[in-house]
Design a protein around this ligand. Structure first.
Ligand SMILES: [Zn+2]
Length: 217
């Protein structure tokens, strides 16, 4: 997969990740990308080294807080001692999501959003801000054009989509800020399944999630 990756998270996003200051939903997408992208793993390691070096130059009285503890699961993917590295499994689902959604994209439950579009919301820790979900778009279908009230990070798990910014394939990350408006169209042959984190839940998912939680009661 790694050879096909052409879209990486912004440096600023990786920097937040190396400092461990990302919202949980955002960290989930970045960790999943880092698990399959050695280039970004190297970049995060480089930032961490710089962070440690800077920290070492500070006088003790300047230190209001302990050094940032980097807890990104994907940073552990390089650790040969770790028995279960965070990898996108053969079933395409990032390892740490398997306990939430199961091991197979074809066997999990999906809620219809609109024509040719389904979603599966992923619960975050209580109090965590943001929104995390899987999104499945059938071949050739498009999402309604939407802009973003905040940041949005999308990692492709299967198939691809194309929008004004290019074509995004498995392992690629679309790292969008609030100014971007786009209309993604899924690959006409394979469709697209992706993991999407956003600062605020898009309005098109409100009704679906509401129906699901009503059904769960
Ligand atoms: Zn990368």
């Amino acid at each position: 997969m790694e050879k096909t990756i052409t879209h990486h998270p912004d440096v600023a996003t990786l920097m937040c990740c190396s400092a461990g200051s990302q919202p949980e939903a955002c960290a989930a997408v970045i960790a999943s990308h880092l698990a399959v992208c050695s280039q970004c793993r190297a970049e995060v390691r480089r930032m961490q080294k710089i962070g440690v070096a800077l920290f070492d130059t500070l006088e003790p009285e300047c230190l209001a807080a302990p050094p940032p503890i980097v807890s990104m699961r994907a940073a552990e993917a390089d650790n040969p001692d770790k028995k279960e590295p965070c990898v996108i499994s053969a079933g395409e689902i990032p390892q740490f999501l398997v306990s939430c959604v199961g091991p197979c994209l074809d066997k999990m439950s999906w809620d219809p959003v609109g024509r040719g579009v389904w979603t599966h919301a992923i619960a975050l820790s209580p109090g965590a801000c943001g929104d995390l979900r899987l999104l499945k778009v059938e071949p050739g279908a498009e999402l309604p054009e939407h802009d973003h009230p905040g940041w949005e990070l999308t990692l492709i798990l299967r198939g691809s989509y194309t929008d004004e910014l290019g074509t995004f394939r498995p392992g690629d990350v679309a790292d969008l800020d609030a100014e971007v408006k786009h209309r993604p169209v899924a690959c006409p042959k394979d469709g697209c399944i992706c993991l999407m984190a956003s600062e605020h839940k898009l309005s098109l998912f409100e009704r679906v999630d509401h129906a699901r939680s009503a059904g769960d009661r």
